[in-house]
Ligand binder design. Structure first.
Ligand code: IPD
Ligand code: CA
Ligand code: CA
Length: 267
């Protein structure tokens, strides 16, 4: 990897450290104490332990930066200039069920723009990372989005809807619109961070999802952009501060995919 800002070095180190305990916890999954946060949304003790290791490591280097982290919430709220955006385990339901497809995701935001990010899959030992202007990498190799031009040949991935989503019908009708065009059936792998990372390295050609959270995709946005991909947010309210509906793909199929998602939904 040829990235070397202090921030990318720090988040890479924090990821590696946290992943050691995460791998141990995954090996003992049946012993984990599981608590219910809400329907379909569980937090494990591993989640909290991983988050603590990451936050401790980042704060050892700088305790003034702001933090937005899924479980801990907002730390140092007055610093909105420099912030770490953390999802300690993205793919919690996979993790909980012993499915080896989840990741740690950490992004660094400066002046409201993500400058660098790391998504680490500790089971496959795959580290996706990128820094603005420096390219995107999977372990030591440069990555690029796919070159596929036709949506019908594209392999696409999505996620959701959440159990309590109020727009399930809309989400499923978008799924139908897209399934009608693409020959391969749409994938659902259960980790938004890895979905974007897989688009960035060309395994998938496009990813879309409604109702995501900032920590799910913060690191992914810079990795995808640096890999030559396009990111779009299709919000009903353009001025909404937090964008929740994302489309990430190679540049060739982006517009067609966007039109399909936004086309009038099937009743
Ligand atoms: C979830 C995963 C999943 C996506 C959900 C996310 P979590 O994150 O990324 O793929 O469909 O919207 O909430 O809860 O595993 O961190
Ligand atoms: Ca997540
Ligand atoms: Ca999570």
């Amino acid at each position: 990897m040829r990235l070397n800002s202090p921030q990318i070095n720090l988040i890479t180190k924090a990821c590696m450290k946290a992943s050691r305990s995460l791998i141990r916890d995954f090996g003992e999954i049946e012993n984990l104490q599981v608590s219910e946060k809400g329907p379909g949304d569980f937090v494990t003790s591993a989640d909290k332990r991983t988050e603590k290791i990451i936050i401790d490591e980042l704060q050892k280097a700088n305790d003034q930066y702001g933090i937005i982290s899924e479980e801990a919430g907002i730390i140092n709220p007055s610093n909105t200039k420099n912030r770490w955006i953390i999802d300690p385990i993205d793919g919690t339901m996979n993790f909980l069920n012993g499915v080896p497809h989840f990741a740690i995701s950490i992004g660094y935001e400066e002046e409201s723009e993500i400058k660098c990010g790391v998504i680490f899959d500790p089971i496959k030992n795959e580290m996706f990372c990128a820094e603005k202007g420096q390219g995107a990498f999977l372990n030591n190799s440069r990555i690029r989005v796919s070159k596929k031009k036709k949506l019908e040949n594209a392999l696409l991935v999505t996620g959701g809807p959440k159990h309590d989503s109020k727009i399930k019908k809309q989400i499923f009708s978008e799924f139908i619109n897209i399934s009608d065009v693409s020959f391969s059936s749409v994938r659902k792998f259960g980790s938004a961070a890895l979905d974007i990372a897989y688009v960035a390295c060309g395994r998938f050609d496009g990813y879309w999802q409604r109702e995501i959270n900032y920590w799910d995709i913060a690191a992914g946005t810079i990795i995808l952009k640096e890999a030559g991909g396009f990111i779009d947010f299709f919000e009903p309210d353009d001025k909404a501060p937090l964008k929740r509906n994302i489309l990430a793909s190679n540049s060739n199929i982006h517009d067609e995919l966007k039109d399909l998602i936004l086309k009038k939904n099937i009743e």
